[in-house]
Design a protein around this ligand. Structure first.
Ligand SMILES: [Zn+2]
Ligand SMILES: [Zn+2]
Length: 252
């Protein structure tokens, strides 16, 4: 089975451990691009940094994306967006009543880096869950309409994922609305190897709705085989012809 193109790979230009030069070498192992976080601390602070990143990675022959922090990142100029091969939008925190609700602890737990989810009680509040879910759809819609993202990165990752069964924490009706935004916006739903999302039922629903997909290992380390991703694709019986291949789709 030939490897699908991996759009979501970090380098040391944000929080990854591998240089762009070494990323350019591992493309021979299996096809992948690079897509660092924007914004990212002192490394990708503003659009000038992004332009330098695109230039440096392109010179090495890499396909270049960006993991655009939805709800946080400053808007990109049209020319910068056009010079990217693709733009991934992803949510890492949500803003409610002007306060940022971070997902870092949940993310570390979901990725198996910590053993217990300390904020379990807080996120078990149904009223808070409802507000997070509604706000998530608004932020994704803005990413599609305003920022023109091509891929929704780790689509069902939130602090709620750390609570357990995604079919319980994400109402089916909410899943369908998220899928509908992606299908109507013609953006790909990422299968994220690090977070193990989306879960099988979501992928089956998305395929039924005619969604496009994208592989994203979200690796911050060396390139490894796509074992978990291949198993997720097989479990949901997804058509490998519906996957993005390193370029954004032509506008209709
Ligand atoms: Zn992310
Ligand atoms: Zn990432």
């Amino acid at each position: 089975m030939s490897a699908l193109f991996d759009h979501h790979v970090h380098s040391d230009r944000s929080d990854g451990t591998v240089s762009l030069a070494d990323r350019a070498k591992s493309v021979a192992t299996r096809p992948h691009g690079v897509s660092d976080h924007y914004p990212w601390k002192e490394k990708l602070r503003d659009e000038d940094d992004v332009k330098r990143y695109i230039d440096d990675a392109s010179r090495l022959g890499l396909r270049v994306g960006l993991e655009y922090d939805l709800g946080v990142a400053p808007q990109l100029g049209a020319d910068t967006r056009e010079s990217l091969h693709y733009l991934i939008g992803a949510i890492h925190q949500i803003s409610l009543d002007g306060k940022q609700i971070g997902y870092d602890d949940a993310g570390a737990f979901v990725k198996g880096r910590i053993k217990s989810f300390k904020e379990r009680d807080r996120f078990s509040d149904p009223a808070l869950q409802k507000r997070i879910l509604e706000r998530t759809l608004e932020v994704v819609a803005e990413g599609i309409d305003r920022d023109r993202i091509d891929i929704l990165g780790h689509p069902t990752f939130s602090a709620l994922q750390a609570l357990g069964d995604p079919e319980r924490v994400y109402p089916e009706e909410w899943q369908e609305r998220l899928i509908d935004l992606c299908v109507k916006g013609r953006i790909a739903i990422e299968i994220n190897e690090s977070y193990g999302v989306p879960h099988r039922e979501f992928l089956v629903r998305a395929a039924r709705a005619g969604a496009l997909f994208s592989v994203g290992t979200d690796t911050h380390f060396e390139i490894k085989p796509l074992d978990k991703t291949d198993a997720m694709i097989a479990a949901a019986a997804l058509d490998r012809g519906r996957f993005m291949a390193g370029s954004r789709l032509a506008p209709t």
